[in-house]
Design a protein around this ligand. Sequence first.
Ligand code: HXC
Ligand code: NAP
Length: 275
Amino acid sequence: MLESTFRTGLLNGKTAFVAGGTSGINLGIAEAFARYGARVAVMSRKQQKVDDAVAHLAQWDEHACGYAADVREYAAVEQALGDFHTKVGAIDIVVSGAAGNFLAPASQLSANAFRTVVEIDLLGTFHVMRAAYALLRKPGASLINISAPQSTTVSFGQVHASAAKAGVDMVTKSLAVEWGAEGVRVNAIVPGPIDDTEGMARLAPTPAARKAVQASCPLGKFGGIEDIAGLALFLASDAGQYMTGTVTYCDGGQVLTMAGALSPSAVQQMLAQGA
Ligand code: HXC
Ligand code: NAP
């Protein structure tokens, strides 16, 4: 009964493009895709990070490739996706996970700083989705955006990320509605606090902040990159074929108790310590 959905090699024969896929959570997602048989490409700004990520991914996909491009530049995104499409044909899976973040109370945030984060996270996500559209396998493609808890829960010092990621959630839902008839699925993942990532190094840089974050999770601990990769695998594969328009939390239950994890006093203290 399940043979048609659960084939051996979950992503065998599939092609996957991961924007922002050269470090942290997104690189973990690209690795999971490659380990399960997909042909993968990653894209980010820095050539060295791209080269290192491609070398890492080549352990599972000897044809892994990478592109140095900024998600804020539509033409560059279009070119990278176009080149991957020329190499591999229709694209089955696209992840949009490039992001920028830092702690800054709104009263100290410049207009350019706010714009920068919105342009990377929100505009960048639309760029990746829009440029991919013509190149997708239809029906069958799965698009995954990487959101953040800040899209729904207010954290002190995070107005820029909150505004951007709330937009990412609505891009996800809007495209799910518009592209569903063509058999294109669009979902978002909301990672909770994930250990050993740039995000946590920036947002929970002190032992006290780490303790508060852990305490805010019903499971009482940070997640690992593999936890987010597992959810991405599910959404990308045919196992998730009836999933679209979802914004799914993978956060140890943190969204249920989030208030106070980044309190005004905790943030002021971290900034005073040079965070
Ligand atoms: C206040 C800051 C700042 C800071 C930069 N700016 N860092 N303002 N506090 N810590 C301001 C600058 O002064 C400038 O404004 C504007 O932002 C643009 O800065 P640039 O350095 O010119 O921008 P750019 O080179 O494009 O770099 C983007 C960046 C950078 C976001 C600022 O940090 C970056 O490249 N980040 C990518 C990696 C990253 O952030 N990873 C973590 C993702 S975690 P002015 O006015 O001076 O011109 C995440 C969510 C995690 O997204 C959620 C966890 C729960
Ligand atoms: P990370 O390692 O800093 O990953 C960010 C990636 O995006 C890098 O590959 C970076 O490479 C790339 N990037 C940044 N700006 C870019 C731009 N303008 N154009 C193209 N690529 C760009 O951070 P992470 O902590 O793993 O976070 C990954 C994702 O998870 C983000 O979407 C973040 O919002 C989300 N998230 C993380 C956490 C967490 O606990 N860490 C929690 C919730 C949500 P370059 O520097 O080479 O460009």
